[in-house]
Ligand binder design. Structure first.
Ligand SMILES: [Zn+2]
Length: 109
């Protein structure tokens, strides 16, 4: 399933976001492996958000809610309407990340 960057509309495969993007960060492969086993709430704690941010990623409440991505032009701003829609859906489906991914894909978000 594909989801889209809120800022530049680049499509991202959810599998990549769930499993591969973490390996692009400065974490060691062992740390990145361990990250995948973390509960959802801990995957985006401040430490990991900072790691993602240094390589261009910014997420909402889950890694499939892409607010900024490595393809974003430097000064680009997120689309606020899309940002709000994704936040609302995330609140609605937050614990069901597969459902959220499917909904984002349905609405091309
Ligand atoms: Zn982007």
């Amino acid at each position: 399933m594909d989801v889209y960057c809120t800022t530049c509309s680049e499509p991202w495969d959810t599998y990549h976001l769930w499993h591969d993007a973490i390996f692009e960060t400065g974490l060691s492969p062992e740390e990145a492996e361990a990250w995948q086993q973390l509960p959802r709430a801990e995957k985006l704690n401040e430490r990991y958000r900072a790691e993602f941010r240094t390589v261009g990623w910014e997420f909402g409440g889950s890694v499939i809610n892409v607010i900024r991505c490595p393809c974003c032009p430097k000064d680009a701003k997120p689309n606020l309407e899309r940002l709000a829609t994704k936040q609302a859906l995330e609140e609605l489906l937050g614990d069901d990340e597969d459902g959220l991914a499917a909904t984002f894909e349905d609405y091309r978000l």
